[in-house]
Ligand binder design. Structure first.
Ligand code: 9MR
Length: 370
């Protein structure tokens, strides 16, 4: 009988991921930061059970890849599509996942009507302010108490640190950003509030974000962390630059997160445009898609090495880092197959097209043990 009981306890421990070496990434890093992944609508609906199993084993946080963006959740004036978001909330609750809301204000994936008046002219500041408020209070309000943290604003700066001339900025000026944080806090006081952007390893952009956080704080508005998206390659960014920004944030007492990690193994057509500007679209040519039939072992090794160096850095800054989220679960559905060139075969994540862990997983797990 005692043996049986011990066996049962062991079994429960294993199922919960407390089995040491058996546990996934989330248990290996549970004393350091949350480990998450972006999840898509099909996966939430159960269309890819093996991806869901990987998520259950390895991740304790999820971010909807698209379903809480304005055009999905609020496609027409007064019309909200909460079905996919509601299903994700239920799934996250059932799996005890910290759910990240992505994203309330962005210049992309926001329908044209948002910026127009009834006659199709540019909306007035008053009208746009009203729409921003209604959107945030309705969407973040619906999920009040169920969201761990919101990406309140996404990609508002250019790489040189100037404000992006989006329609938000053209119509409302810098005010839109402060309003977004004010409304988000009102809509869901218990949710963490974040600013999220790519290329934050660039000193100019990082300084702009630090100044923004200080300006928010000066106005008495809460911001809990800054998200570094992390759409990287084998040779960019230079990890010294990334470390410079992680360190600068720490000095400024701004917690950081990595929110959209992936490492492309494919050539980037124009090095100056690396980042995550989704409007880029280069023509597909064979030399830009070198591994359509599988990844050569040498490239697999390079991917492992790159992930290990990145996680060494994350470990070094773990006292100021709250989460590391991958932008997807497996290589078959990653956005990088289609950006900045449509129709390529990329290998940026930790799990391959057959739902198998790549060698990088074991190495990243090993790092946490040391
Ligand atoms: O991964 C997302 C992809 O499925 C969408 O088509 C794309 C459209 O905007 O957005 C992708 O996610 C982006 C994220 O929301 C913000 N940072 C950059 C991500 C990659 O483009």
């Amino acid at each position: 009988m005692p043996y049986l009981r011990i066996g049962m306890v062991m079994c429960v421990l294993q199922l919960n991921g407390w089995g040491g070496d058996q546990g996934g990434l989330m248990s290996a890093y549970e004393d350091a930061f949350l480990v998450g992944a972006a999840i898509n609508r099909n996966q939430v609906a159960g269309g890819e059970p093996k991806a869901l199993n990987l998520a259950r084993e390895h991740f304790n946080s999820v971010t909807p890849e698209n379903d809480l963006k304005w055009e999905k959740v609020h496609p027409e004036p007064g019309q909200f599509n909460f079905g996919p978001g509601d299903r994700l909330v239920a799934l996250a609750e059932a799996n005890d996942w910290a759910l990240i809301g992505h994203t309330l204000v962005w210049h992309q994936q926001t329908p044209d009507w948002v910026f127009q008046d009834e006659d199709g002219n540019l909306a007035s500041a008053e009208l746009l302010r009203e729409r921003l408020k209604d959107h945030i209070l309705t969407v973040a309000g619906r999920y009040r108490g169920k969201i761990h943290g919101w990406d309140v604003a996404n990609e508002i700066f250019n790489d040189d640190g100037s404000w992006r001339e989006s329609l938000w900025y053209t119509i409302l000026g810098e005010e839109y950003l402060y309003l977004a944080f004010e409304y988000a806090q009102k809509a869901d006081p218990s949710a963490e509030l974040y600013y999220n952007d790519y290329n934050l390893w660039k000193a100019s952009k990082r300084e702009a974000v630090i100044n923004l956080v200080q300006a928010l704080r000066k106005r008495g508005l809460r911001i809990d962390a800054v998200g570094f998206q992390g759409h990287y390659g084998l040779d960019y960014p230079d990890l010294k630059d990334l470390e410079g920004s992680l360190k600068a944030m720490k000095m400024a007492k701004i917690p950081t997160m990595v929110t959209e990690l992936d490492i492309s193994l494919l050539p980037f057509p124009n090095a100056d445009q690396r980042g995550a500007d989704i409007s880029l679209n280069f023509e597909l040519q064979a030399h830009l898609n070198p591994y359509p039939d599988g990844l050569p072992p040498e490239m697999e090794k390079q991917l492992t090495k790159r992930y290990v160096s990145l996680f060494k850095l994350f470990n070094k800054y773990q006292d100021n880092m709250t989460r590391v989220t991958f932008w997807g679960i497996t290589d078959n559905t990653t956005w990088r197959n289609n950006w900045p060139v449509h129709g390529r075969t990329d290998y940026p994540l930790l799990f391959d097209r057959n739902y198998q862990a790549k060698p990088a997983v074991e190495e990243v797990l090993k790092l946490s043990r040391n």
